[in-house]
Design a binder for this molecule. Sequence first.
Ligand code: AMP
Ligand code: MG
Length: 393
Amino acid sequence: MISVEEALARILAMVSRLDAETVTLRQAANRVLAADAVARLNQPPFAASAMDGYAIHNDDHHPGRKLRVIGEAGAGHAFSGRIGTGEAARIFTGAPIPEGANRVVLQEDVNRDADCIILGQRLEKSDHIRPLGQDFKLGDRLRAPQRLRPADLSLLASMNLPEVEVACRPQVAILSTGDELVMPGEAPRADQIIASNAFALAAMAEEAGAEVRLLPLARDNEDSLRFAFSLAAGADVIVTSGGASVGDHDLVGKVARDLGLEQNFWKVAMRPGKPLMAGRLGSSVMLGLPGNPVSAIVCGHLFMLPLLAHLQGLQGRHAPRKARLAAAVEGNGPRTHYMRAELAEGEYGPIITPMGRQDSALLSILTKANALLIRPISDGPRAAGEMAEYLPI
Ligand code: AMP
Ligand code: MG
């Protein structure tokens, strides 16, 4: 059995980043920038007033000075004249500073008298000018790769970039298998349960930028699985859940191998989720997840999400974080244990409390967890107050 780190390394080594495509800014939210975006102008493109007031020459910046107002500059309405000493222009926020002026006095710091202003007794130090290029300069870059957040889109827009190059969205096909499964809303027979795994996996994949195809439920027979795999053709990633252990009805591996799966590994030294399988199937990477809902979702966090990040050119591995144990934990056995846990902010930093029940069939417990406490292989017992590693979920 290989370790989780080795399994992840092997999964990431199976793929290279996807191609890039050009999309409009309105399509770019949450996409991963694939090439540096380069500003096409300075922002602001001209020295601009930061306040409503009067543009004047520094030499006139003295209490009581009387200046003649010779024009007006508004946002989008530059004043084309020149301000000499003894002169001022009415100016509004965002307007270009007129030639000759190098300071704005606030409107509340002057008295207006017909076409003149008289500067008040208390004047401010600040010139209230936003210098040309103070936000960014022509040629400045937003670096790739990074996931575009809302503010990034405004930055790209103000760089005068209507389109950006982003990584193509990974195409993910999700295949659930089991004779006992029916879809939510159906009336299960007494020996059936509701298929739930695909809903979490699909939501996780979409949040990570993927386009998801939810395939119809496959049954535990070769024909049904073969048909389901045929519907997954062309996907970058095929995620299966169920049918991957060693039971008589666990046919996912067999059918996938018959279809040409180059199996890379099967079984990882972890809990929950030992019967994890991965390999290449045609142009796809296949991740065969266990059917237990918690195992499937934990494996989704540990392997599917890094794979999707990697496909989009992002760093796949997430370094564990550290928190203080709220309670003692027992020594761990030969598999890394990802304990469902609650992370909270304590007086001296984050505190982590493993849930009382760790059965991998308990979705109701998983939904209360916000972290996976990592118990390394053969780690001894740990006392409350010791530091431990975790992954946020
Ligand atoms: P398997 O990996 O097929 O042996 O399934 C392990 C356990 O997970 C069994 O109790 C299955 O009934 C359950 N299971 C399998 N697939 C799903 C699914 N899609 N949703 C909910 N439970 C599942
Ligand atoms: Mg099964």
